[in-house]
Design a protein around this ligand. Structure first.
Ligand SMILES: Cc1cc2nc3c(=O)[nH]c(=O)nc-3n(C[C@H](O)[C@H](O)[C@H](O)COP(=O)(O)OP(=O)(O)OC[C@H]3O[C@@H](n4cnc5c(N)ncnc54)[C@H](O)[C@@H]3O)c2cc1C
Length: 622
């Protein structure tokens, strides 16, 4: 009997049916053999009876001899032969009992194993308290079931992607292009309307090119961004991205986040092996420590399960699913309050604008040919209420006086319209718990303050690394081996991701106003240092733009600014007070950067080559 290929991750219904019928057949075969033996024995008895009655046409086993004399037949058996026959009958009966017993045992064991296997495939539902509760058995129509009719010609998935935001949509297209069957489950497939992910740094754009997705910033009225303009106390300076050695098309891009995502979703959906489904994933399905798939609710409210050897969770900054895959340590240092300004011109067209305001920075950048996004940072966990007008009051009285005059009227007009949006600014270092069958990506995995607009660049850079790691693997079904292989992902991504994360955290602190003299000096020194231009600004801007995200370069540039600040204090004539402020400035700079670096992981960030998983190369014969 031929069994269908066995899916290690989960036996399909077809496989179970085959296995059950296989064991039944085994039983049947054994029984048949014993039936034959029994039949033989009864034949023997019959023959003996016939022989005793002297019937004709009897053929007997060779062990028995038959002779006839004077018209009657007589069975001639020696005493020895009789004993032998008795022994044989005993043996036949023993075989029958033992064989039946063994066959039954085998059947019971097989059924037990299968029941256990199915019983263990339990969905985990998050409860209100954050714990998980077991639910129903696995769906029969899963990835391992080769008998299930393929849906829309799609068939079983190799990868399930939870969430089709920036990371999920880009990943779906990338893996789909590589020939994987991808099942994307996204809570809401309509165009998102958000204030996040609107400025893609040039480093992120380069990743977009690497993934073949650069056309997703076309036809969405995206604006080219060439650098930053910085403002402090009535002064301003312009900082160009160091794009000299790149193709003229390479620059930053700013746009409506929803339009960008729809373009990527649309592009992914054109691939026949990518299935985009609207549904909310409620939990991960886990069996013996391995993630087997997801439990989700469709748009129509149907509760379904989907199975695949690899589930990639990209459910964004508010992720409900990451708890079982990492140790989330989320910090919310501030919120962004967002307004879309209309009918106004930025002081510097095609530049991101950073106002080093009090208490914290304000950002402006174009998101279309007619709109400018304004993001006002409000420090702390609590925001002034929008409902009771406190927010409008705060924006008018505290923020409006600090913004460039060209933007003032449009800013006030937008507040009057009441179109005010808010988002928490979260940071969360990556701290994965490698889990067979699953992986986290995007904001669900790792977040940084959005002041530098680095989130999408990190997500896209991670996708490039993941794509390269998965490419040589033809079979994703060995969950443990895959998990071990993907451990290198966490190491390989570190230098780039940690540099962008650390810079974001450090710059946010430097850019915030502070009553502390040393911190004040540091903020001004930073502005003056960058204003020097050329080699002085190129290093930090290359880091910020994701064009040169190197940890060592980050630390060197950061302390170059701090030392510049100390030099500014001590020249031309140092005083004890200035010396003291200088010393505190260095201490403050260390106090800003080192805790962030420690949280990111010193060894992974600076010495990734000392980590064994760095060298875990994909094996092509997998
Ligand atoms: C205020 C703010 C401004 C920012 N500005 C920038 C910027 O200018 N540049 C930049 O590069 N980065 C920016 N970022 C960061 C950037 O937005 C994120 O890094 C990026 O969006 C991460 O992509 P993602 O796919 O992980 O998450 P998202 O893009 O948020 O996508 C998550 C998706 O998962 C879906 N989902 C969630 N739960 C479920 C579920 N249970 N089942 C199914 N689907 C689900 C959601 O509907 C969503 O579509 C900003 C962040 C903030 C907070």
């Amino acid at each position: 009997m031929e069994l269908p290929p066995y899916n290690l991750s989960k036996p399909s219904r077809a496989y179970r049916n085959h296995l059950i019928s296989f064991s039944i057949n085994c039983l049947h075969l054994t029984a048949t053999r014993h039936d034959e033996t029994r039949h033989q024995a009864s034949r023997l008895a019959l023959l003996r009876g016939r022989a005793r009655r002297g019937e004709r046409q009897i053929s007997l086993p060779s062990s028995l001899s038959l002779s006839s004399s004077s018209g009657s037949r007589r069975l001639i058996r020696s005493k020895k032969e009789k004993e032998k026959e008795k022994e044989m009958e005993m043996l036949v009966i023993d075989h029958y009992i033992v064989g039946t017993f063994l066959a039954s045992l085998l059947g019971v064991v097989l059924l037990y194993v299968l029941r256990r296997r199915n019983g263990d495939v339990r969905a985990k539902f998050p409860r209100e308290d954050g714990d998980y509760v077991a639910t129903s058995d696995a769906s029969p129509c899963d990835s391992g079931n080769h008998d299930c009719p393929p849906e829309n010609g799609f068939g079983a998935a190799d990868v399930i992607i939870v969430g089709a935001g920036v990371a999920g949509a880009a990943l779906a297209h990338t893996l789909g292009k590589d020939g994987r069957r991808v099942h994307v489950i996204e809570r809401d497939l309509t165009e998102p309307d958000r204030i996040v992910g609107e400025l893609l740094q040039p480093g992120g754009y380069l990743k977009l090119i690497e993934l073949g997705l650069e056309d997703c910033v076309e036809e969405i009225d995206a604006q080219r961004v060439l650098g930053y303009a910085m403002f402090i106390d009535g002064k301003n300076t312009r900082l160009l991205y160091p794009l000299g050695k790149f193709h003229s098309d390479v620059a930053g891009r700013s746009f409506h986040n929803g339009r960008f995502i729809q373009r990527m979703r649309g592009k992914a959906a054109t691939l026949p092996n990518v299935r985009l489904e609207q549904g909310t994933v409620t939990s991960l399905i886990e069996e013996n420590g391995t993630i087997k798939g997801v439990h989700y609710k469709t748009k129509a409210g149907q509760e379904l399960e989907a199975f695949a050897p690899l589930t990639i969770v990209c459910d964004g900054c508010f992720s409900n699913l990451r708890r079982s895959l990492c140790k989330p340590k989320v910090d919310v240092p501030s919120h962004f309050v967002g307004l879309a300004l209309e009918n106004c011109e930025l002081p510097f067209a095609n530049y991101g604008h950073v106002i080093l305001a009090n208490p914290s920075p304000i950002l402006f950048y174009p998101i279309s040919s007619t709109e400018v996004r304004c993001l006002v940072d409000v420090p702390g966990q609590k925001l002034p209420s929008i409902a009771n007008g406190e927010m409008a009051k705060y924006l008018k009285s505290v923020v409006a006086p600090q913004i460039p005059p060209q933007l003032h009227d449009a800013f006030i007009a937008e507040i009057e319209k009441g179109n005010i949006r808010t988002m928490p600014n979260r940071s969360m270092p990556a701290d994965p718990q490698p889990t067979p069958g699953a992986l986290l990506l995007g904001d669900a995995f790792n977040m940084r303050h959005p002041i530098t607009g680095g989130g999408m660049t990190v997500a896209l850079s991670d996708i490039v690394i993941l794509r390269d790691l998965l490419k040589p693997l033809h079979n994703l079904h060995d969950a443990t081996a895959l998990c071990r292989h993907l451990e290198s992902f966490y190491t390989l991504r570190k230098p780039t991701a940690s540099t962008i994360n650390t810079l974001a955290g450090a710059l946010y602190k430097v850019f915030c106003a502070s009553p502390d003299e040393a911190r004040k000096e540091m903020r001004e020194a930073c502005f003056d240092y960058l204003s020097l231009g050329e080699v002085f600004s190129n290093g930090p801007i290359a880091l910020l733009s994701g064009l040169n995200p190197r940890p060592l370069s980050l630390v060197l540039n950061f302390f170059a600014v701090a030392i510049y600040g100390v030099g500014r204090l001590l020249l031309p004539v140092p005083s004890p007070k200035r010396l003291w402020i200088g010393a505190r400035l260095i201490l403050a700079a260390s106090g800003i950067i080192f805790p962030i670096v420690r949280a990111e992981g010193v060894r992974q960030m600076f010495f990734p080559r000392t980590i064994p998983s760095f060298y875990r190369a994909p094996s092509s014969d997998n």
